[in-house]
Ligand binder design. Structure first.
Ligand code: ADE
Length: 242
């Protein structure tokens, strides 16, 4: 998977991509991340990348010409790339979107800044706009990091078997069950007996029920689209009674 990130602040990406799983994936050639400074494509002496909005109003708008030059340069080498703009105006980024994007070979991510991006950038180049959630960040860089992270871990071989994506929260539309490791008791809190039992069928049942309980309490909206068995439905009905 090849990521090309277009940003006014490439330095922001130094930390998140230099550690842990993403770093290993880059080192192993499983993913490739290139950063492009939009300012390098500004054509005037002052390297201007923003301007006042037509029609007035607060804040500045990212200019179309530097972005167009940057996108066209990158696209010349990434003919198949899907172009994403990070903006609070976008569709919410979720696990299903991460899975869909992980099927692509090339992604270009444009990080929006200021009050927004000249609408013609979207019209000419952008395939989809993505938002991290219903809040406003100082810019789209952190959203781009989140997208790269969530998509990369779904690229084959990026996760070792130790950190497999198979049992993730959201993998079948539920929140994950609780985890425990040694010691068996801490400050009077015991690890649930069933996890020490060695009975894999009972453990799987307990975990499933915990996942259902947690989802019902914290994110009941997820139950509408989760993949539920008849036994799951029955358990949820029992929970609803108490
Ligand atoms: N830029 C500013 N806020 C954002 C958000 N919530 N998601 C994506 N990009 C953003």
């Amino acid at each position: 998977m090849k990521f090309d990130i277009l940003t006014l602040f490439p330095g922001m990406f130094d930390g998140p991509f230099a550690e842990s799983i993403i770093r290993r994936a880059v080192d192993n050639g499983l993913i490739d991340i290139r950063l492009h400074n939009i300012r390098d494509y500004a054509f005037d002496r002052h390297k201007t990348t923003d301007d006042y909005p037509y029609g007035g109003g607060a804040g500045m708008v990212m200019k179309v010409e530097p972005l167009a030059a940057c996108i066209e340069t990158v696209r010349a080498e990434r003919a198949a790339a899907r172009v994403i703009l990070t903006t609070p105006r976008g569709k919410p980024f979720d696990q299903a979107t991460a899975r869909r994007l992980a099927e692509e070979k090339e992604l270009i991510i444009i990080c929006g800044r200021y009050e927004g991006v000249d609408e013609r950038v979207r019209e000419l180049y952008v395939d989809e706009e993505l938002s991290l959630g219903d809040y406003v960040l100082t810019g789209g860089e952190i959203a781009a990091m989140v997208i790269v992270d969530a998509v990369s871990r779904l690229v084959p071989d990026v996760l070792g078997s130790a950190d497999s994506a198979a049992a993730d929260s959201f993998c079948d539309g539920l929140l994950e069950y609780p985890h425990y490791t040694r010691p068996p008791e801490f400050r009077g809190l015991q690890v649930p007996e069933v996890l020490l039992s060695g009975n894999h069928q009972e453990i799987a049942r307990w975990r499933r029920r915990q996942a259902l309980q947690k989802t019902l309490m914290v994110r009941p909206d997820l139950l509408a689209t989760a993949r539920l068995s008849a036994e799951d439905e029955k358990y949820l009905q029992e929970l609803a009674k108490v």
